[in-house]
Write a protein that binds this ligand. Sequence first.
Ligand SMILES: [Zn+2]
Length: 207
Amino acid sequence: MKRWCNDEPRFWARVDRRGPNDCWLWTRSVNSSGYGQMQYSGRVRRTHQLAWSFVNGPIPPGLQVLHRCDNPPCCNPAHLFLGTHADNMRDMAQKGRAARAQSPLTSEQVREIQALAHAGLGRREIAGRFGVHPDTVSKISRGRAWKPLTEEPAAAAPLRQPLSTDSIAEIRRLLSAGLSRSEIARRFGVNPTTVGRIRMGRIGAAA
Ligand SMILES: [Zn+2]
């Protein structure tokens, strides 16, 4: 029987153990669902189950080891709890919702998260409200070069003043004469984006 790793110290050596509240990620192979896996005593076992068992003993029949942190490769025993199959299904449904909510954080949500963190709300509380991971909240609240995943609507660069048909024609003339967008924008007191739109025929085409 092939035993790659059949004792606890070697198991923990493959886990990136961090602070007590952080996720401790499995550093080796994961399955298609993202759960860490390891050959242990001749069987392929999920590493979060092993982690729970090393601390708490055998998993009682009929129960499953679930993640509080929605992070499949996490092996931090503090993030693991026992639940029934029904709990697991409910948990997965919540994870699905969290995953959907996680991708598009608008700039407005980012500002709101920063405001709530500044007001002293716990990062877990905030994470729950926005359906994101607490680590994401930490990064945002520390102002770590966070770029919103969704750009602001294109309307963020409105015309500062209505451009007359003549001005638009003049801008087109200057563009074809080779003047830069920023130079033209400065002359007409508009945003360079507006000049770009005129060049692409998005403004003034039907005028
Ligand atoms: Zn975790």
